[in-house]
Ligand binder design. Structure first.
Ligand code: FAD
Ligand code: NAD
Length: 476
């Protein structure tokens, strides 16, 4: 054991929850350490957690590369641009993705140094008395703190019918590192990861089949948006089978045989690769010693109160480890908030306006409530929609798929939900999030001047449409 060290705050986990918490603690003058176990390429420590190493960033890099390829292949015909001799180099795309990851994760190390956060590489385990054991290879050491923040994130859920070997049957990390485009690719789970990574390889030439257990596609999204998404994905060639139950997936040489059942009967297909993306579960294994127990909820997430404190006073938990959506920006907001709680402030997070984005083409983005949810609660609502086909900028872009839908209270006109499917939906959503954060009405958005010609005019027109006064479409 090495010498004990004492800190004001020890953060276990260096993802977007943990590293942000550590930086904010240090900014507030707290002596802070962050322990992270992630080992990247070349067996080196790599900060940034799932998001920077094997999640948000690498998936977006490959989505971007594959989108460029698809655009050049046949997406620019209406602009009068055809490309001959187009080549795809999957190895170069993977290298570009890895370089982006290396730059960003290295950036976090730089930020730790600049903010004087002490960084440990290894597995952290909470012991009694807010001591934390760090295991790095064969070495063990103990540090202690007045406050501990647990931020160890999540990992893919395994299903016994399709055991991941990261050769033929892969998880999301394996699917970010294929050496060449699989001719045939199966995906178990048509959720966010399945759709994003399925899209990457579909654009690069794979025949992709998605096997989804539920009978409802994207149940968290607004029904109208989910229906439009399904239509577009089918047009792109994604073969999405709903109510499909995989009974067995077996590697067979360089292939994998997948048996599944759906409403049409039993099926057996042979594929080059299979991605398992059926959700993620919190990393609580071996995170605390029996003498320092932490309460979990019935789904295995760490229980926290309204200031993110666990069942142990002075021990907090954030991000994918606790309830709420498993999103990087949610984890980071909680990281900032907990640092401020520890410093003695009373921060708040408005969980009602956390944006959700699926980075497919078209992009799908929403904030607030869906029409189906609001109707189920008996809320009286009014709705304005505007299709991108009526937007001058979308026409100029040659990308007129999708629509903006704004839902407002019939009584107060306050915006209750904004749902977008279409070009740059992820960026357009920010205006809606800000509006909802300020409890804006649809009238507020309608009164806001939007530059012409921009895609954001679709939000303006949808806000006008809420009261049947859109200019560029016929009203109800
Ligand atoms: P994590 O990012 O998981 O970080 C936890 C860290 O703790 C990891 O480095 C882990 O190695 C480390 N750790 C675990 N146990 C220990 C231990 N005992 N001791 C020390 N360290 C430990 N979210 C978005 O918002 N937008 C996206 O576009 C997006 N894309 C995604 C794409 C993919 C393929 C995946 C898998 C996820 C994506 N997510 C996205 C989800 C996002 O990555 C997570 O919500 C986010 O990373 C959670 O942050 P966190 O800090 O709670 O945990
Ligand atoms: P998910 O919950 O989005 O989707 C999993 C899907 O698998 C669901 O539709 C579920 O019904 C289905 N499923 C579950 N068990 C199944 C089975 N046995 N057979 C067939 N289908 C089954 O989870 P995910 O796609 O694995 O992503 C994990 C988390 O990562 C998500 O919570 C998401 O928030 C986060 N993430 C976010 C982004 C983003 O923000 N753009 C991108 C990727 C991941």
């Amino acid at each position: 054991m090495s010498t004990e060290k004492k800190f004001d705050v020890v953060v276990i986990g260096g993802g977007p929850g943990g590293y942000v918490a550590a930086i904010r603690c240090a900014q507030l003058g707290l002596k802070t350490a962050c322990i992270d176990a992630f080992t990247g390429k070349d067996n080196k420590a790599s900060l940034g957690g799932t998001c920077l190493n094997v999640g948000c960033i690498p998936s977006k890099a490959l989505l971007e590369s594959s989108h460029h390829y698809e655009q050049l292949n046949h997406g620019l015909d209406n602009h009068g641009i055809t490309v001959t001799g187009l080549k795809m180099d999957v190895a170069a795309m993977i290298k570009n993705k890895d370089e982006i990851v290396a730059r960003l994760t290295g950036g976090i190390s730089g930020l730790f140094k600049a903010n004087k956060v002490t960084s440990f590489h290894g597995k952290g385990k909470l012991l009694a008395g807010k001591q934390v054991e760090i295991t790095s290879g064969k070495d063990k050491s103990i540090i202690s703190a007045d406050s501990v923040i647990l931020a160890t994130g999540s990992r893919p859920i395994d299903i016994p019918s399709a055991p991941v070997d990261n050769k033929n049957i892969v998880d999301s990390t394996g699917a970010l590192n294929f050496k060449k485009t699989p001719k045939t690719l199966g995906v178990i789970g048509a959720g966010v990861i399945g759709l994003e990574l399925g899209s990457v390889w579909n654009r690069l030439g794979s025949d992709v089949i998605l096997l989804e257990a539920q009978d409802e596609f994207l149940p968290a999204a607004d029904k109208k948006i989910a229906a439009e998404a399904m239509r577009q994905f089918k047009k792109q060639g994604l073969d999405i089978k709903m109510s499909a139950r995989v009974t067995k997936a077996t590697p067979k040489g360089k292939k994998v045989v997948v048996n599944y059942e759906d409403a049409t009967g039993e099926h057996s297909i042979e594929l080059d690769k299979l991605i398992v993306s059926v959700g993620r579960c919190p990393n609580t294994d071996n995170l605390f010693a029996p003498e320092a127990p932490i309460e979990l909820d019935e789904r295995g997430f760490i229980e926290v109160d309204e200031i993110w404190q666990t069942s142990q006073p002075g021990v907090y938990a954030i991000g994918d480890l606790i309830r709420g959506p498993m999103l990087a920006h949610k984890a980071s907001e909680e990281g900032i908030a907990v640092a401020e709680v520890i410093y003695g402030e009373e921060p708040q997070i408005n969980y009602d306006v956390i944006p959700s984005v699926i980075y497919t083409q078209p992009e799908i983005a929403w904030v607030g409530q869906t029409e189906q949810h609001l109707k189920s609660t008996g809320e009286k609502i009014k709705i304005g929609s505007f299709p991108f086909s009526a937007s001058g900028r979308a026409q100029a872009l040659g990308d007129t798929t999708g629509l903006v839908k704004i839902i407002a209270s019939k009584e107060t006109d306050q915006i209750l939900g904004v749902h977008i499917i279409g070009p740059q939906a992820s960026e357009l959503l920010a205006e809606a999030v800000l509006a909802m954060e300020y409890s804006a009405s649809s009238e507020d958005l309608a009164l806001t001047i939007h530059a012409h010609p921009t895609l954001s005019e679709a939000l303006h027109e949808a806000a006008l449409a809420v009261d049947n006064r859109a200019i560029h479409i016929p009203n109800k």
